[in-house]
Write a protein that binds this ligand. Structure first.
Ligand code: AMP
Length: 383
């Protein structure tokens, strides 16, 4: 395939904030963007030239969408394999359906990682409640039970500490397929967002430190305060994962860093990632532009970090006391506000984020958190 040049149309399966920021990057470079998802007036659709509102299972609509674009990428990994196949018959899909297939199911992903020799937390396949006791026996407690399919942001996860937890988990489990994983008492969580082109060229954004709240990413700080050898090892593993899977596009590799300094791969995302949102404001080339470049066969851009940065997510909970105080956010000169165009601020829903730039990562983290605090309407602030 020759390069897909500006002026061409790129297609995105999925229509959330990742697609929105991809579409912003693509339109800035003169591309047209078509998005496809079951919803209307979506974060990505609002920025796109054309929004297809059809179920993923409507293969005729997927084919029509694929005929209208030069390349298809995705921003959401739970697109059914059959839809990706239907698109791939008419337009190149990057990363490939095979990458999507491996990473959209925890069990397949864990098996791939373990078989390829990548370090992961000990885990067992659990095919329904009947298999849970023996798996717990092998893995020990505490453990985390995760559904194999369609899980993200801690959805479909339960921690098992006590007998009662085990009984409850078994009741909830029924006959669904799960992965039981040893609970890792990690020192911190880090991630590497990286890109790979069709010819194997590779670029990465270094190691980012991530703090989660109720299983959802809360704060990312770049660069992470970890020793140089941890950075080298994390990047080496990330590169090897992208190469082994033959990823063409962007992938995020999330890790636990154990108290002994070992890196364990927790999860792969075959697309730009929340922990890479800071790149939009803080790097020469954002993860979204990098995805565009990789899938369009353009050379990858520089990933240089211009200033230390921190990103704080804005969840729907922030709206509980009324509309956030946007003027307060705008009054902070080194903080950038991103809102995703979602109209319903449900608790836990990712509505936007703030990126703070500073002279050190610590200052950036404090600034991002202070900026988020300032958003809470003054009358509703808990002092
Ligand atoms: P996941 O959806 O698997 O990325 O999990 C979301 C978050 O839950 C992770 O980022 C961790 O903070 C926590 N978590 C998941 N699995 C484990 C584990 N095996 N040990 C400790 N914490 C975990």
């Amino acid at each position: 395939m020759t390069a897909v040049l500006p002026g061409s149309t790129v297609g995105v399966l999925g229509s959330g904030q990742l697609g929105r920021m991809f579409a912003i990057a693509a339109r800035r470079m003169g591309y047209r963007v078509h998005t496809f998802s079951p919803e209307a007036d979506t974060p990505a659709g609002q920025i796109s030239d054309r929004e297809y509102q059809r179920p993923y299972e409507d293969l005729d609509a997927v084919r029509e969408f694929a005929r209208g674009v030069s390349v298809v990428t995705f921003e959401f990994e739970n697109v059914p394999a059959a839809s990706v196949e239907a698109a791939a018959a008419l337009a190149p899909v990057r990363p490939s359906g095979a990458v999507l297939y491996t990473t959209q199911n925890r069990l397949r992903e864990k098996n791939f990682l373990a078989r390829s020799g990548f370090p992961v937390a000990p885990f067992r396949h659990v095919r329904g409640a009947a298999e849970l006791p023996s798996a717990l026996e092998e893995i020990g407690r505490p453990a985390v039970l995760k559904t194999a399919g369609f899980g993200y942001d801690g959805k479909g996860q339960s921690k098992i500490l006590t007998e009662e937890d085990a009984a409850r988990a078994a009741r909830d489990l029924g006959d669904s397929e799960c992965v039981l994983e040893a609970f890792i008492d990690f020192e911190r969580e880090v991630s590497v967002v990286a890109a790979r082109g069709e010819g194997g060229e590779f670029a990465h954004y270094g190691v980012v430190e991530n703090a989660h709240r109720r299983h959802v990413l809360d704060l990312s700080v770049a660069p992470a305060a970890v020793p140089e050898e941890v950075v080298r090892e994390a990047v080496r593993i990330a590169r090897a994962v992208l190469e082994t899977l033959d990823v063409v596009g962007v992938m995020c590799v999330e890790f636990f860093l154990t108290r002994e300094g070992r890196l364990l791969v927790n999860e792969l995302a075959p697309r730009p990632h929340n922990s890479g949102h800071f790149t939009f404001d803080a790097c020469v080339t954002s993860q979204f532009e990098q995805q565009l470049r990789a899938v369009c066969r353009l050379p990858l851009g520089s990933t240089e970090l211009l200033r230390p940065a921190a990103m704080a997510n804005l969840l729907g909970d922030l709206w509980e006391a009324g509309e956030p105080d946007w003027r307060a956010a705008a009054s902070l000169p080194n903080v950038k506000l991103h809102l995703y165009g979602k109209t319903e601020p449900r608790p836990g829903r990712k509505m936007g984020h703030l990126t703070a730039l500073a002279t050190t990562p610590e200052e950036a983290a404090l600034a991002a958190l202070a900026a988020r605090d300032a958003l809470t309407p003054p009358g509703a602030r808990v002092l």
